[in-house]
Structures are given as structure tokens and as C-alpha cells.
Design a protein around this ligand. Structure first.
Ligand code: PLP
Length: 228
């Protein structure tokens, strides 16, 4: 037998399925587990891995870009919702709507763009708003009142999720994760009081699951490297 390459990687679908089931069993039946399949499923093949996860019952997948989301849809991944964590660029709006991808919104300015897209397509567009609670990477730093003012302008763009990302969930020598959660929960509470509720709250990736940050699991977690 002649092998085409000196080096190769064997990816086990069974193991990925088992890893997904393990994450589910840790967080329990009331918490959805979104499978993070960005960067070609960390190099394992995004379409292949997504098929495995959907067969395991995953209702949500998460990617970085619209381009990655379109690849999944074109590859036949239809049942699952696809969260585009890196948000979208103005020229990607039509593809976002056409392929029914769910954007993460990182700035209140973008809500105007989403509203226009919804109006033009005659559809309600669900989005997840990312709050920057201290990671200082993506997400809005706007306070609750500013967010409420922006939400009041929208008819077609529909708030479905509120999310944030921890900077140091695996580090129990700092109080940063607790601080981030307090900041996030304060904003969620103010929005809820004003009648702006989101179906999903999510703040946890693998480390927050593995390191037992239970108060950060809410009703959805975003598992990436735990699956691989
Ligand atoms: C990559 C990513 C994840 C998954 O991270 P893991 O540590 O691999 O679980 C979750 N959320 C966001 C926002 C990400 O960018």
C-alpha cells in the first residue's frame, strides 16, 4: 500500500460525538451546547464536524465569519442555527439574510444596518448582542440606557441573545470572571426591567465549562476545544 503523505491526521467522528455528549452531560439538560466550528472546526473539517454535531442534536453552531457560515449552508448544514460570532461587514449583509445566519452585533451602530437589511428583505432578523464586560476585544461598551435607546429604534432587527466572553475563566487567582459576570448581569437586569428580554444568555466557552463557572452557563454555552 502506498501512502500519499508521510504525515496525516485521523479524525474520529465518534470521538467528536462523544466529546459533545460529555459537554452536554456536564452542563445538564437545561443548557444548550453550541458547537464552535470556526476556523474549519479548528482544522478538523467544519462541514464534517457540523454534521456529527447536528446528528447529536446540536441546535446551534458557531463560526467566526459570514464566509464560514455560508460554507456550512452550502455544504448542506441546514437544520442548525448558525451564530456568526465575529459579526458581519456591510457588504456581507445580503449573504447573511439569504443563508439565514444569525449575527453577533458588536456595536449599536450596526443595529441600524441590520434594521435596514430586515426592512429590505421583509424579514425579522434575530441577532445576539455582545457586551464587552472586560475582555476588551469585541462587543459594545455601551451601558443599558444607551442599548435601550438603540433597541427602541428597531422593528425588524430582533434581540435574541445577550452574550459576553470571559478573559480568564480558567484562572481562580483573580476575580475577573466574577467582575465580568456582575457587569453582564447588571446590564441584562436593566434591559429586562425595561421589557427587553433575550431568549438566550451566554458567556461560557470551554474553560468556563471545564473550570466549573456554573453561574456563567445560563441557558447556552459555546464549546470549542472541548469538542476536539
Ligand atoms: C472561539 C470562541 C469560543 C470557543 O472557545 P473554546 O475555548 O475553544 O471553547 C467561544 N466563544 C467565542 C466568542 C469564541 O470566539
Amino acid at each position: 500500500m502506498s501512502l500519499p503523505y508521510r504525515c496525516y491526521v485521523v479524525v474520529s467522528r465518534e470521538q467528536i460525538a462523544l466529546n459533545y455528549r460529555n459537554v452536554r452531560s456536564v452542563v445538564g439538560p437545561d443548557v444548550e451546547v453550541a458547537g464552535v466550528v470556526k476556523a474549519d472546526a479548528y482544522g478538523h473539517g467544519a462541514v464534517e464536524v457540523s454534521r456529527v454535531l447536528v446528528a447529536e442534536g446540536a441546535k446551534w453552531l458557531a463560526v467566526s465569519s459570514v464566509e464560514e457560515g455560508v460554507k456550512l449552508r452550502s455544504g448542506g448544514v441546514r437544520q442548525a442555527r448558525i451564530l456568526v460570532m465575529g459579526g458581519f461587514l456591510p457588504y456581507e449583509g445580503d449573504a447573511l439574510v439569504e443563508h439565514e445566519l444569525t449575527p453577533v452585533v458588536h456595536s449599536l451602530d450596526q443595529l441600524g444596518l441590520l434594521e435596514q437589511l430586515g426592512r429590505a428583505s421583509g424579514k425579522s432578523i434575530a441577532y445576539h448582542l455582545k457586551i464587552d464586560s472586560g475582555m476588551n476585544r469585541l462587543g459594545t461598551r455601551a451601558g443599558a440606557d444607551e442599548i435601550l435607546a438603540a433597541l427602541a429604534k428597531n422593528r425588524h432587527a430582533r434581540l435574541e441573545g445577550l452574550m459576553t466572553h470571559f478573559a480568564s475563566a480558567a484562572d481562580y487567582t483573580t476575580g475577573q470572571t466574577g467582575d465580568q459576570l456582575r457587569y453582564f448581569h447588571a446590564i441584562c437586569a436593566r434591559l429586562r426591567e425595561a421589557g427587553a428580554t433575550a431568549a438566550y444568555l451566554h458567556t461560557s466557552s470551554t474553560n468556563a465549562v471545564g473550570y466549573g463557572r456554573v453561574e456563567g452557563w445560563h441557558n447556552l454555552v459555546r464549546a470549542g476545544h472541548a469538542l476536539y
